[in-house]
Ligand binder design. Structure first.
Ligand SMILES: [Zn+2]
Length: 144
């Protein structure tokens, strides 16, 4: 009696390029053998994976209003487009949600960057006013 090979858990990785240009490596555990070299190197991504893009108005500002776990690697998201008020609730797999998270993260960083420039601009304006006030002898110790 020959022992049949046990179908041990195989691991395959897939590189996912996010809209931000970052590349993340997603590890899959599967019973099937990983597709070897001859196939297409990058699996085709469906447009549906870009869930930050509104299907109605193409705005890229779609964001999750609420989310909850829907299985081991899936999330139920309630999405909203602030541009046209499109709303949708659907279940998305982990990688798609991670991609959305990256997009949201980039958006946050862009906002923080804008805020910093704004604060700097405001401070420059304040310093200019301060210098102008000093030049005009309009500042007295009592002002401090
Ligand atoms: Zn929209």
């Amino acid at each position: 009696m020959t022992p049949s090979p046990t179908p041990d858990e195989r691991q395959s990785t897939r590189r996912v390029v996010l809209p931000s240009g970052k590349t993340i490596e997603v590890v899959y555990f599967t019973d099937e053998a990983p597709i070897s070299g001859s196939g297409s190197p990058v699996p085709a991504t469906t447009p549906a994976e870009d869930i930050h893009i509104c299907p109605d108005c193409r705005s890229e500002l779609v964001y999750p209003v609420a989310w909850s776990e829907a299985g081991e690697r899936a999330w139920e998201l309630e999405l909203r487009c602030p541009n046209c008020e499109w709303e949708h609730t659907g279940v998305y797999e982990q990688t798609i949600v991670e991609a959305l998270d990256e997009v949201l993260d980039d958006g946050t960083q862009a906002l923080v960057g804008d805020l910093k420039s704004l604060v700097r601009a405001n401070m420059e304006a304040e310093v200019d006013r301060f210098i102008a006030a000093l030049d005009a002898d309009a500042l007295w110790p009592i002002d401090f």
